[in-house]
Design a binder for this molecule. Structure first.
Ligand code: HEC
Length: 115
């Protein structure tokens, strides 16, 4: 009984670490969505992207206007910003939303759909 205590504590520690760091595989496992413009639009609402970006004529100018972002930027660049903004620019004001791959691709599908 006593010998299992360190094992249990280690497992709890690892689980806490995963919840804290939210690695990509964990996000992909727990937040799988349909890759569609409608789902992307809902995610843009949920995370309030328009509090910083103009998208389709509405929003704030803290970040770049995203209405034509899918035309201006490559898919890899858009993915990079949505997956980890700090990796794209260390001093950026854009927060990391811990989006899964399917959530990112749904948002990109939405941005493409409004071109
Ligand atoms: C707190 C403000 C803020 C929020 C909220 C925010 N962003 Fe940003 N975002 C920025 C800023 C500022 C930049 C410009 C990057 C830089 O140079 O620092 C940026 C850059 C981007 C870019 C790259 C644009 C380009 O032309 O290269 C994309 C794409 C983007 N954001 C998408 C989103 C999406 C989608 C959301 C919602 C899930 C979002 N952002 C929420 C501030 C924000």
């Amino acid at each position: 009984m006593k010998k299992s205590v360190p094992v249990v504590l280690t497992i709890i520690f690892i689980l806490l670490l995963i919840l804290l760091l939210r690695p990509r595989w964990y996000l992909n496992l727990t937040r799988q969505v349909d890759v569609s413009p409608a789902v992307g639009a809902a995610l843009v609402e949920k995370h309030d992207c328009r509090s910083c970006h103009v998208i389709g004529g509405e929003g704030a100018y803290i970040g770049p206007n995203l209405t034509e972002a899918a035309k201006r930027e490559s898919e890899a660049t858009l993915y990079g910003w949505l997956a980890n903004p700090r990796k794209m620019r260390a001093s950026t004001a854009m927060p990391n939303f811990h989006l899964s791959d399917s959530e990112i691709h749904a948002i990109i599908a939405y941005l493409k759909s409004i071109q």
